[in-house]
Design a protein around this ligand. Structure first.
Ligand SMILES: C[S@@+](CC[C@H](N)C(=O)[O-])C[C@H]1O[C@@H](n2cnc3c(N)ncnc32)[C@H](O)[C@@H]1O
Length: 242
């Protein structure tokens, strides 16, 4: 079965939007003033998790849901590392891989057109070891992805659980997502949540921290999380699936 309801969450990422709007509107304005979890905070979270993967040694990173590749540009990625970017929108794949290689010319970039929610391993959009190629990953990131994909939250958590077999024993899966439940949105955040959920670019009114974290605990022995503003930041280590 190939999923068919995920397209709205990736539809807005045109070349124009990625080049002229995304970083300014989403990363600078919305992150700080609507979601109250700044891009600087998330950048530090991203870089800390990557550094925890292999220190200064080259590593294998898979970044799912990449948009402009802002965090990739600013991350400590050692020369010789292999980075696989995965996205449902090919404009995002092109923008992020270009930015990655401009900032880190010594790394290898691999673009994979994939759907985070695709459950059928035989699908041409599945995120599987066979499609991603090579060895398992030292780090897998999903920054600001889950709030873009359709629920229920258990379905999003299953997408994360499917990534456990792709991670090395000492690797880390981490990410951030805007929550719809169990947090207090301010006026600006509430306005954007309403507009974006109506448009389909967000589908997160039912997402709370526990609905994402608890399933992670079933698939990973070491799970940490915090909520900053209305954003969940999670990191999971020691995958249980072999
Ligand atoms: C909000 S952006 C996040 C970009 C970046 N990680 C960040 O934090 O700034 C969401 C990205 O996820 C992609 N996306 C949305 N739904 C997806 C899905 N079902 N599978 C894979 N990627 C998806 C979009 O095309 C877009 O590039």
């Amino acid at each position: 079965m190939t999923v068919t309801d995920t397209a709205p969450g990736a539809a807005v990422y045109s070349p124009f939007f990625l080049r002229w709007v995304y970083d300014a509107w989403v990363l600078n304005i919305s992150n700080s003033y609507a979601w109250c979890c700044s891009a600087a905070k998330q950048r530090a979270f991203y870089s800390r998790n990557l550094a925890s993967a292999r220190g200064k040694d080259p590593f294998r990173l898979c970044d799912i849901g990449v948009a402009t590749g802002y965090y990739l540009e600013h991350a400590p990625i050692p020369e010789g590392s292999e980075v696989t970017v995965v996205d449902l929108n090919t404009n995002s794949l092109d923008a992020a891989s270009e930015r990655l290689l401009a900032a880190h010319p010594g790394v290898t970039a691999n673009k994979v057109h994939g759907d985070f929610l695709e459950p059928d391993a035989k699908s041409e959009l599945a995120i599987t070891q066979a499609r991603l190629g090579g060895d398992k990953f030292d780090a897998i990131s999903c920054m600001f992805l889950l709030h873009c994909v359709p629920g229920p939250p258990a379905r999003k958590a299953q997408g994360l659980q499917r990534l456990a077999p792709l991670l090395k024993d000492d690797g880390v899966l981490f990410g951030t997502t805007i929550l719809g439940k169990g947090v207090q949105h301010n006026f600006f955040g509430n306005f954007l949540m309403t507009a974006y959920n109506k448009a389909g670019s967000f589908q997160n009114w039912d997402d709370d921290a526990e609905s994402i974290v608890q399933p992670l605990r079933e698939s990973f022995a070491d799970v940490k999380f915090e909520v900053v503003g209305t954003v969940l930041l999670f990191e999971a280590r020691k995958p249980k699936t072999r």
